[in-house]
Design a protein around this ligand. Structure first.
Ligand code: ZN
Length: 172
């Protein structure tokens, strides 16, 4: 087990498209464990995509219901795919370890159904709503090189990025 280093913008590796895994090997299982450990090491963490730790596999980990008391249901997903999006949309404040210090409201489907392969190579399906649904959409975006700020209007994105530059300028 190891804590992995998370890439931050403007690292161009965050813009690459991750490749599907052919099967969940011992290496992928250990990547999933390291990603989970990294996730739980960060405050207010909900999900992490392999692309964010510089690995171009379609792998992610999500725990959308952990509390101060401890971890909740941990999903380890390989080749996740959204097979159904609700027409109903919802706005929620999102942040991202790869865009530190930045939060903005992003509109996404309120519910999604996703398929994936679990750490034991079994096909699974999850019907998600609320935070879990938003997180699945956010993490799968990462696997396609998309960041949450890409969903903002150009004006809003500019404002958010300017604020980010300011934070950077004044941090040591
Ligand atoms: Zn993110």
């Amino acid at each position: 087990m190891a804590i992995l280093q998370i890439l931050e913008i403007p690292d161009t590796r965050l813009r690459r498209k991750a490749k599907a895994v052919t099967s969940v090997t011992e290496d992928i299982r250990s990547l999933m464990s390291d990603m989970a450990e990294t996730l739980y090491d960060c405050d207010n963490s909900v999900g992490l995509a392999a692309i964010q730790v510089g690995v171009e596999h379609r792998v992610l980990v999500i725990d959308a219901d952990q509390t101060e008391k401890g971890p909740g249901r941990l999903y380890k997903m390989a080749n996740p795919e959204i097979v159904w999006f609700s027409e109903e949309k919802t706005l929620s404040a999102e942040g991202c370890f790869s865009v530190p210090g930045c939060y903005a409201d992003v509109e996404r489907s309120a519910a999604v159904h996703a398929t994936y392969i679990d750490e034991n190579n079994q096909p699974q399906k999850v019907e998600a709503m609320g935070l879990l649904a938003a997180c699945i959409q956010h993490e799968i975006d990462h696997l396609d090189g998309i960041l949450f700020v890409d969903h903002l209007s150009p004006l809003k994105r500019e404002r958010v990025m300017k604020r980010l530059q300011k934070i950077r300028r004044f941090s040591a």
